[in-house]
Write a protein that binds this ligand. Structure first.
Ligand SMILES: [Zn+2]
Ligand SMILES: [Zn+2]
Length: 318
């Protein structure tokens, strides 16, 4: 009898042990989860690695302010074109000169008109002579609130261009309200802003006359495009250098009232900042243009209405 009891106890213990062993596996999630985990975690790093190495390459490196190889890799076969459509300096004799500035920036992703000159008829006629359909202009960026830069906007709005207008936030409220009614998007800019991978706005600079400039990434470096450069061309270039080396500074440098020695110090400062080429026009003044020509030599580009600069192939023509 005692032996029977012993056998029963032993059997019960064995059953208990068996159950103890079986129960955890009966709550199957543990082993099956453990088996699933390695698969997932094995996949996960691979997926993460792909994300790190592959996708960010084009968008991130284009937007990041990395000079040198990333920019070389960036738009190697897609040049950008700058066309001065409005200026008080002559270049293409077919076009009309008038006080003010406007420049068409054509990139693969977007066509931007930077400033609109002082009046619509001159702007529209010049665009037509240049073979640029104003309805191709996607965006207008206005540098500052001076009539020789904003005066042509009305005519563009009348023909249904552009979709977006970027103005410094400090523009008068009535101007902004009026434009906002007539375009799909009015963008008020205060801080640096990216329009596309290739085009950014400096944001509002200066303390007296607030102004914004355009920075365009090319495979040669940055292009800095200024309206009047009231905050100072050196200061604007300095800001632009946050994003890389400056290949070309173009636009109004506002040196027409400065002395030769003051101008020379600006030329020296721009060279010191590594600006490779300059195309000063509009309010730069003849004395300054001559001094830039003397100092930059072959890297001085004569700019006036009708100057076309292609960067990527570096062709200057008319
Ligand atoms: Zn001006
Ligand atoms: Zn101005």
């Amino acid at each position: 009898m005692a032996r029977l009891i012993c056998l029963l106890i032993l059997a019960a213990c064995m059953l208990g042990l068996w159950l103890a062993h079986q129960v955890p596996s009966a709550f199957a999630p543990a082993p099956s989860k453990q088996q699933a985990m390695p698969v997932q975690s094995g996949d996960a790093p691979a997926a993460v690695q792909e994300q790190i190495t592959a996708p960010p390459t084009p968008p991130t490196q284009r937007t990041l302010p990395i000079p040198g190889e990333s920019q070389e890799a960036m738009m190697s076969s897609t040049p950008i074109t700058l066309t001065v459509a409005y200026d008080n300096n002559a270049f293409d004799a077919r076009l009309k000169t008038a006080w003010g500035f406007a420049c068409v920036v054509e990139t693969p992703g977007l066509t931007v008109l930077f400033d609109t000159g002082g009046d619509g008829p001159t702007l529209m006629t010049n665009l037509e002579m240049l073979g640029i359909d104003p309805r191709r202009i996607n965006s207008v960026v206005l540098s500052h609130y001076h009539a020789d830069h904003t005066g042509g906007l009305d005519s563009l709005l009348e023909v249904g261009a552009p979709e977006a207008v970027y103005v410094p936030q400090s523009f008068p409220a009535d101007f902004k309200t009026n434009v906002a009614k007539r375009v799909r998007q009015l963008v008020e800019v205060h801080n640096p802003m990216t329009i596309t991978d290739q085009i950014r706005i400096t944001g509002e600079l200066g303390s007296n006359i607030i102004e914004q400039s355009l920075i365009i990434e090319t495979n040669r470096g940055l292009v800095v495009l200024t309206g009047c450069a009231h905050p100072g061309i050196v200061e604007i270039v300095r800001q632009a250098k946050t994003y890389g080396e400056v290949h070309l500074a173009i636009g109004g440098f506002h040196l027409m009232n400065e002395s030769a020695s003051q101008i020379t110090s600006v030329v020296t400062a721009l060279k010191g900042l590594g600006v490779q080429k300059v195309a000063p026009c509009h309010c730069t003044g003849d004395t300054a243009r001559q001094l830039f020509r003397d100092q930059f030599g072959a890297n001085f580009i004569l700019a006036g209405v009708g100057t076309i600069i292609v960067i990527g192939e570096e062709v200057q023509g008319q």
